[in-house]
Design a protein around this ligand. Structure first.
Ligand SMILES: Cc1cc2nc3c(=O)[nH]c(=O)nc-3n(C[C@H](O)[C@H](O)[C@H](O)COP(=O)(O)OP(=O)(O)OC[C@H]3O[C@@H](n4cnc5c(N)ncnc54)[C@H](O)[C@@H]3O)c2cc1C
Length: 406
């Protein structure tokens, strides 16, 4: 980067998927940007698939393409899915979506989180006005004139605008005194890689059970017989599943999915994550903005967390670019308020929809069961309802800020 001083226009704490994309979009508009991340420089995964994967929507795909990142991804490690099947284990309700319904080639993509962060990091290396510091955990953040001063070990950085992209337990958010109380979702997420008798056929599947949803997300390679699973369940059920040996776990999995893909075997270690939901009461403060999980953490059942985070990054970059074009200071309060207005309602809607889904599927009353199964059946039969559902669930390119539309 040309400007080697420790002051930049914008300082981003957190080089995850949201922070990484934001940094690229800002550098491309001529801002000087610095990313500080607690972890080592991201590296591409190789061999077996990495444990954390994400489904990316069409909107995310276009954003990454716009930032020159999509073409850097290894196509062999990206799995497109062209259909989705959602069903209720105990009832008769089922919805199927296909790319053809949406007039598209595919509904979304599945890729490893590390793969994407590594591609973002590599792209950052080609931007002159962008510096990325790995192994730099931020420990102190204080106001400094109109901007912020940030300390990481014995290094100090200043910026006109500070962005918190530092995940669910954001220190940036805490430093700004923005509340985002954790709400226990009542679920834990068990993730693992499985192999099935029958190929997934590029279909993302999700079965709802009383104890929580189980997603089977199609993975690349292995003749299409591998899926990444996210099994959300009550803590007791999650403990039971973790205590099973691999054979018994495979049997539980096959039974839970009704052998949708024949018998299933686990081929990786199993890991469990607590699912806490959060929503920051504000996305901005003086000379500060929050994006991604620092602003909102939603239940992973619809695989939307990072898709929302990438849209935050795109909208914030668009608003800051607009400020620059109008000759306003980068941290102008009106601009930050506009960013918050454009993103908060959308994110809240998605969070509440996920809560509603979870509640609907865990209620045992026959009337609620009848209603949800009838609802699923209706959504399945009525094309307009199916399209509306798909639009919200998948994030079409129309959600994009103007500067990144295809
Ligand atoms: C089981 C599971 C499955 C999921 N599946 C999907 C899916 O299919 N699709 C989807 O869209 N979303 C999914 N999500 C959600 C998604 O993983 C998150 O929304 C996403 O990772 C958030 O990205 P982020 O960049 O905002 O934050 P993070 O990924 O949390 O990144 C934060 C970064 O900040 C850094 N950091 C933290 N503190 C500091 C500090 N003090 N100093 C410096 N750096 C710091 C960290 O090192 C990290 O790199 C899933 C979540 C779970 C739990």
């Amino acid at each position: 980067m040309e400007n080697q001083s420790l002051h930049t226009d914008i300082l981003i704490v957190g080089g995850g998927m949201a922070g990484g994309l934001l940094a690229l979009l800002l550098a491309d508009q001529g801002f000087s940007v610095r990313v500080l991340d607690a972890g080592p420089a991201p590296a591409r995964p190789s061999g077996e698939s990495a444990p954390r994967v994400s489904t990316l929507s069409e909107a995310s795909h276009w954003l990454l393409r716009h930032a020159g990142v999509w073409d850097r991804l290894d196509p062999e490690r990206v799995q497109a899915y062209a259909s989705m099947q959602v069903w209720d284990r105990d009832g008769t309700g089922e919805v199927r979506f296909s790319a053809a319904d949406a007039g598209a080639d595919c509904l979304g993509w599945l890729l490893e989180n590390d793969h994407l962060t590594a591609a973002l990091f590599e792209a950052a290396g080609e931007r002159d006005t962008l510096a990325w510091h790995g192994d730099t955990p931020v420990d102190d953040l204080t106001r400094d004139g109109d901007g912020w001063r940030v300390t990481a070990g014995d290094q100090t950085f200043t910026a006109d605008l500070l962005v918190g992209a530092d995940g669910a337990r954001s220190r940036v958010r805490d430093a700004a005194g923005i509340p985002a109380p954790a709400r226990d979702s009542g679920h834990r997420a068990l993730v693992a890689t499985i192999e099935t008798d029958q190929p997934h056929g590029g279909c993302a599947r999700q079965v709802f059970m009383d104890s929580g949803p189980l997603a089977l997300l199609p993975l690349f390679g292995h003749d299409g017989r591998r899926c990444s699973i996210v099994w959300s369940a009550w803590p007791q059920r999650s403990d039971e599943l973790m205590a099973l040996d691999d054979d018994a776990f495979g049997a539980a999995l096959s039974q839970a999915t009704g052998e949708a893909l024949g018998a299933a075997r686990v081929v990786s270690r199993r890991a469990v994550f607590p699912i806490e939901e959060r929503h920051a009461s504000r996305y901005q403060a003086r000379a500060l903005a929050l994006v991604g999980d620092a602003a909102h953490v939603i239940h992973p059942l619809a695989g939307q967390g990072i898709n929302l985070g990438l849209l935050d990054a795109a909208v914030l970059a668009e608003e800051l670019g607009r400020a620059r074009a109008a000759g306003l200071p980068v941290a102008h309060a009106t601009i930050l308020a506009r960013y918050e207005r454009r993103r908060r309602a959308d994110n809240l809607l998605m969070q509440n929809a996920m809560r509603g889904f979870k509640l609907l599927f865990e209620r045992p009353e026959p009337a609620v069961r009848w209603l949800r199964n009838t609802g699923l059946g209706l959504v399945n039969r009525l094309a307009p309802a199916r399209h509306a559902f798909m639009h919200r669930a998948l994030g079409r390119a129309g959600d994009l800020p103007r500067n990144a539309r295809p």
